[in-house]
Write a protein that binds this ligand. Structure first.
Ligand SMILES: Nc1nc2c(c(=O)[nH]1)N[C@H]1C(S)=C(S)[C@@H](COP(=O)(O)OP(=O)(O)OC[C@H]3O[C@@H](n4cnc5c(=O)[nH]c(N)nc54)[C@H](O)[C@@H]3O)O[C@H]1N2
Ligand SMILES: Nc1nc2c(c(=O)[nH]1)N[C@H]1C(S)=C(S)[C@@H](COP(=O)(O)OP(=O)(O)OC[C@H]3O[C@@H](n4cnc5c(=O)[nH]c(N)nc54)[C@H](O)[C@@H]3O)O[C@H]1N2
Ligand SMILES: [Mo]
Length: 835
């Protein structure tokens, strides 16, 4: 490979502790991470990797602004794709007439233009969408929840109703009965993300919180168990470009999931130019696979078996990095086990057939389960242990399966066996690393309620909260719940009828008004979730308010975007912060709520200036006014490019991991303990907590032969380039550019008489969807892919014509993390009947 001409690029630890990841509870809790001494000047050397520029400077019209507009305002797209794009909104007569992308960078690796994709560039259509909620809406007296009958009410009435319902719920059921559901629609806006809601609830005595998230919630608990940290990252792609040789993207599709110039799409293309060998492992020939040297197709949910097959080859040929395993890991072999566990419990014993099941995990064994040819397994195991530098990364597709805990830990275990953890050019087996931004968020204050549920268990907490305990549903902070959820807020999320598994079940649960007694939604588009509410509140869009937008998964280039108000709020839209303030006023906690900050801009100024002062070495403009005039501020880790676990590697005794042993726990003592103590309610096949990542056939998986008799196809649902989840999925231009289509292999299609472009049906016991077929060899036979997030369009018979994947997924939780198996489902497909 072509190494960087610059050898001064040094390595730093990836930010991976829980305190370093959002949502950040207090603006002060986050400031230590980059308070390092050096200036940013060293970065210039690290940036210049000698890459040829792809040379697309902003056009003259972009630079100058178009004639006839009144002003150009810095704004951003804040949806949760992880890339974070600046948008320059051109305004004429109070209307946004044009959206321009970033022009503050160039085409070098660490100063790249943060070019928005087709979603952000279509922001105008989102701002002016006919689906905008125009006034507070209350469910009509005498109608049932979900019937869609609304009356417009004034903001005063809406505030009164909110205050009354909150007070009633807290007085009657206690603070634990108040819940704010997950929502990622405003994820990366420092103030609008929470909007003030948790702050308001905390001023009133607190609310039931959740831990984890839909993105990597299953991996999160597994990562705590194995690495003692929320999500163990790998080295950054920039670091691999500089120092690496091979990059494995295992269930990892950055070309679609980090599409913009801020994300890793750009760096992946640079990786190709740098001559790094790219290997993709995915059931789908993804857009990332288009950039790969090698593509390996695998049956969904069988990655644990592939890992065991790879491990078998490595062990048989003595290729694993034994010294690394001996020094830094617990549980690889029988010589490195915790006290008191039975013989044969190590990973090596499992792989070599000396464990409980007595089966040797040969490449032949792995091939039968995964569909990956034997020689491909053998060659991959050899290549990864050939002494060349390997950054093994995983996306979050593999862990969004039943027993995703074992899926992700198996991939990390291969990373440990390769043994390049903490080294330049190497990696851990986690997602590509990055430099975590220093921006603080609107403080939410302390929550007096300590109990927390897993993000995927709220339906159960509506059904029967008090039945949930630490040991059956993973309740944290308390032994059990005292109450069920009676008041639910859905803010910036679409969980109730789009993004959580089993939409039909949720609809039944949520239309029962005796269970959750009051549901309030706040959004700016009238979503299917809003339709299941009692009160719907019209929020502003990013164009209508002030905020700070920090970068997120943007590798070693961090930045902060000033988002300024471009236009007046449309219709009766109101900032969530203002709504919360008025409710706080009504309930007598206004002072505590505002701390003197009347508006979002007051907070933006205060947070910005404190952060800039605390991080003087990162070159932020000194005042808020200078910053908003500049628009975008890029900065870099003064210590250089990200090498995850570098300190641990250099001295594991001085820098132990936060696991019981201080080591990487291939055998997790925490999960071993949970295995003895926890019970799993209504377990399905494969619902077992394992101390080591063993392969188990699981419910509705590749080997569920019983269910497959009726539903023979595995269904997966990738994150789609046309939308961010459901966001942008209602806008005609986005839909026209990226129509919803179901991927099906020509073999499966032919068996069912389906040809490309036909309408096809997909169904199981949970639901039924009808959508256009994309017949393509880019998906493995036996697997179909329904891109997740399409808007539900139900007909009279309950068939969805939008192609909403969660009609078919389950609300069942994974065994240890109580996470979302939203890539696990068996279905049948057929050509749709012609009308
Ligand atoms: N089957 C399946 N399901 C999945 C997944 C999967 O892989 N498969 N992925 C899961 C993952 S990783 C995630 S993160 C979740 C995401 O699930 P959600 O967080 O529910 O994501 P969205 O559907 O985009 O919903 C975001 C909502 O925020 C709204 N919004 C946008 N801007 C604003 C604003 O300024 N103010 C307010 N109030 N609202 C705004 C949007 O209009 C939209 O309705 O979905 C999960 N669901
Ligand atoms: N365009 C776009 N980008 C997004 C989002 C979006 O909705 N749209 N959402 C954002 C959010 S919130 C998140 S959390 C991330 C999600 O990021 P990920 O969860 O990593 O994204 P996915 O597309 O669900 O999965 C990644 C890849 O895994 C593959 N896969 C599925 N099952 C398996 C399996 O069992 N084994 C293997 N080896 N591969 C498998 C899929 O085909 C896909 O190509 O994306 C973010 N980026
Ligand atoms: Mo996510």
């Amino acid at each position: 490979m072509t190494a960087s001409p610059d050898s001064s690029a040094t390595a730093v630890e990836a930010p991976s502790s829980a305190a370093q990841r959002g949502p950040r509870p207090s603006r002060r809790s986050f400031l230590t991470w980059s308070s390092v001494a050096a200036g940013t000047a060293g970065l210039v050397a690290a940036t210049d990797l000698g890459m040829p520029s792809t040379g697309t400077p902003a056009s003259a019209a972009e630079v100058e602004g178009m004639e006839g507009v009144d002003t150009t305002i810095q704004s951003a797209c804040v949806v949760n794709c992880g890339s974070r794009c600046p948008l320059r909104l051109q305004v004429k007569d109070g209307t946004v007439v044009r959206v321009l992308p970033d022009n503050t960078g160039d085409d070098s690796l660490l100063n790249r233009n943060i070019r928005a994709c087709n979603r952000g560039r279509n922001m105008r259509e989102r701002i002016y969408s006919p689906d905008r909620i125009k006034a507070p809406l209350k469910r009509k007296e005498g109608t049932k929840r979900g019937e869609g009958q609304w009356e417009e009410i004034s903001w005063d009435e809406a505030i009164d109703l909110l205050a009354e319902k909150l007070k009633y719920t807290i007085d009657t059921y206690g603070n634990q009965a108040v819940y704010k559901n997950y929502g990622s629609g405003v994820w990366n806006a420092a103030i609008a993300y929470s909007g003030g809601w948790p702050r308001l609830f905390n001023c009133l005595g607190g609310f039931l919180g959740y831990y984890g998230n839909y993105s990597y919630g299953t991996l999160m608990q597994a990562s705590y168990a194995m690495f003692g940290t929320e999500e163990q990252f790998s080295n950054s792609i920039e670091e691999t470009i500089t120092n690496g040789e091979i990059c494995v993207l295992w269930g990892n599709n950055p070309v679609e999931r980090r599409m913009s110039g801020g994300g890793v799409y750009f760096t992946i293309t640079k990786m190709r130019e740098a001559g790094i060998k790219v290997i993709v492992i995915d059931p789908r020939y993804s857009d990332t696979a288009l950039f790969a040297d090698q593509y390996i197709a695998i049956r969904p949910g069988t990655d644990v078996a592939l890992a065991a097959g790879l491990a078998h080859v490595m062990i048989s040929e003595n290729r694993q990095n034994q010294e690394f395993l001996d020094t830094y890991c617990l549980g690889f072999d029988e010589q490195h086990m915790p006290e008191g566990v039975p013989a044969g419990s190590s990973y090596r014993a499992y792989v070599m057939g000396e464990g409980e099941d007595g089966v040797e995990k040969t490449p032949q064994w792995a091939s039968k389960i995964t569909g990956v040819p034997v020689d491909v397994i053998i060659n991959l195991a050899r290549e990864l242990t050939s002494g060349r530098k390997v950054n093994l990364t995983q996306g979050w597709g593999p862990q969004k399966h039943a027993n995703g805990e074992n899926q992700c830990r198996a991939i990390y275990t291969i990373g440990a066996m390769i043994g390049q953890v903490g080294l330049p050019g190497g990696g851990t087996g986690g997602q590509e690393g990055y430099y975590w931004p220093v921006t603080s968020w609107l403080p939410t204050l302390d929550n007096p309620v300590e109990a927390k549920i897993s993000y995927y268990t709220w339906p159960r907490a509506i059904e029967d909260g008090p039945s949930m305990t630490a040991k059956n549903f993973g309740v944290q902070g308390a032994e059990k719940l005292d109450s069920s959820i009676k008041f639910m807020l859905s803010y910036g999320g679409n969980m109730l009828a789009s993004q959580h598994g089993d939409i039909n079940y949720l609809r039944e649960l949520l239309t029962d008004e005796t269970k959750c007694e009051f549901i309030v939604s706040m959004d700016n588009q009238m979503t299917r979730s809003c339709e299941l509410s009692d009160l719907v509140l019209p929020d502003t869009t990013t164009a209508e308010r002030f905020d700070l937008v920090p970068s997120e998964y943007t590798g070693d280039m961090a930045y902060l975007i000033s988002t300024n108000q471009a236009i007046e709020p449309l219709y009766q839209a109101m900032d969530a912060y203002e709504v919360c303030k008025r409710v706080a006023d009504k309930l007598g906690v206004r002072e505590q709520f505002t701390e003197g900050n009347e508006t979002m801009e007051d907070w933006a100024r205060q947070i910005y200036e404190a952060d800039a002062a605390d991080n003087a070495d990162l070159g932020f403009p000194a005042t808020y006014e200078e910053f908003t005039a500049q628009g975008v501020h890029r900065y870099h880790n003064p210590e250089g490019l990200t090498v995850a676990l570098k300190d641990f590697r250099s001295d594991p005794v001085a820098n132990p991991l936060d696991t019981p042993s201080g080591k990487i726990e291939i055998f997790s003592t925490k999960m071993w303990q949970a295995k003895q103590e926890w019970t799993i309610e209504d377990p399905r096949e494969g619902d077992v907590i394992d101390a080591i990542p063993v392969y188990r056939p699981y419910w509705e998986g590749a080997e569920d032969t019983e269910t497959r008799k009726k539903y023979p196809l595995q269904m997966i649902s990738h994150h789609f380039k046309g939308r961010t989840h459901s966001t942008y999925g209602n806008l005609p231009r986005n839909v026209e550019a990226h129509p919803q289509k179901i991927w099906i292999n020509p073999i499966d299609a032919a068996e069912r008489g389906i040809t490309n472009g036909d309408q096809m049906d997909v169904f199981n016991d949970r639901g039924h969807i009808r959508c256009q077929a994309y017949v393509t060899p880019r998906i493995l036979p036996g697997v179909i892919d329904v891109p997740q997030g399409a808007w539900l369009k139900l007909d009279e018979e309950g068939i969805d014509h939008g192609g909403a994947a969660n009609m078919l997924y389950s609300a069942h939780v994974t065994p240890y993390s109580k996470g979302n198996p939203q890539q696990t489902a068996l279905v049948q497909a057929a050509k749709a009947p012609t009308a």
